[in-house]
Write a protein that binds this ligand. Structure first.
Ligand SMILES: C[S@@+](CC[C@H](N)C(=O)[O-])C[C@H]1O[C@@H](n2cnc3c(N)ncnc32)[C@H](O)[C@@H]1O
Ligand SMILES: Nc1nc2[nH]cc(C(=O)O)c2c(=O)[nH]1
Ligand code: SF4
Ligand SMILES: [Mg+2]
Length: 227
């Protein structure tokens, strides 16, 4: 006789759910996969408050969606690339399951993350795009420096720069931690705060081993929702 004799049948496993602000199909506007048709899955909620954040609408609200449903909606767009973003996607622990399921389904998966939460358990097939928050963000105390140890060669470190002081901070940390030897480093101007050309000229002047980037979706769609 089995040990479960007499027990009621096991309840079905509750569906793994995530709080989602939006799922949309657009052109990847940032980082190494820039330009690829991509499905974005934007998770709701963020424990940080970067002063220049362009996605405050993802701090609250959203709707609970089962991971199977999310996968089905992603598939309906027919893209090869998927970007999991937010808000801060890793603030929901089940994001790790979503990332693994997307990789298992064969997508090229990227993750946009603030770097304030531990990256150790992210599936190694995921291309992590980890921000380091510069002082003008107001959130540089949240940088979890131990995350540098979890970066793989296909990952990227991004620093969003709002001033000359941020630039000098970024130049300093890249050198001090040897970040450009670990993976690609991206410097991006805060939209509307630093002249893109100015940042480009600073990078050239200092011969930094970093990649300049502009948010392509803002040039294309002026930051309209769903893009
Ligand atoms: C909205 S965040 C979501 C992911 C995660 N919370 C993070 O900060 O990386 C996505 C990316 O947009 C960048 N971003 C947000 N506001 C920006 C702005 N005003 N100008 C340039 N980049 C910005 C962030 O630095 C981050 O790299
Ligand atoms: N087109 C487009 N590309 C993006 N890459 C990263 C984004 C983000 O908000 O994380 C983003 C976004 O919001 N739109
Ligand atoms: S961590 Fe990302 S989503 Fe959160 S406030 Fe900063 S830029 Fe916005
Ligand atoms: Mg965005």
């Amino acid at each position: 006789m089995g040990s479960s004799a007499g027990l009621p049948p096991a309840a079905p496993m509750p569906a793994e759910r995530l709080r989602i602000t939006e799922i949309f199909h657009s052109i990847q506007g940032e980082a190494d996969a820039i330009g690829w048709p991509t499905v974005f899955v934007r998770l709701t909620g963020c424990p940080l408050r970067c002063v220049w954040c362009d996605t405050e609408y993802a701090f609250h609200g959203g709707g609970w969606r089962a991971i199977d449903e999310i996968l089905a909606e992603v598939a309906s767009h027919g893209a090869r690339h998927v970007c999991v973003t937010g808000g801060e996607p890793l603030a929901q622990k089940r994001c790790l399951i979503l990332l693994r399921r997307l990789c298992d389904a064969g997508y090229e998966v990227s993750l946009e993350t603030s770097g304030a939460l531990d990256l150790a358990e992210v599936d190694p097939r995921v291309r992590k795009v980890m921000d380091l928050k510069a002082p003008d963000s107001g959130e540089s105390a949240r940088n979890l420096w131990s995350n540098l140890e979890h970066l793989l060669p296909h990952d990227q470190v991004k620093i969003v720069i709002a001033s000359r002081a941020d630039y000098e901070w970024a130049r300093g940390v890249v050198a001090e931690h040897g970040i450009a030897h670990r993976c690609m480093v991206l410097f991006s101007p805060v939209h509307g705060a630093v002249q893109p050309r100015e940042l480009a000229e600073w990078i050239l002047e200092d011969r930094l081993p970093v990649r300049f980037q502009l948010q392509l979706h803002k040039l294309l769609w002026n930051d309209a929702p769903g893009h």
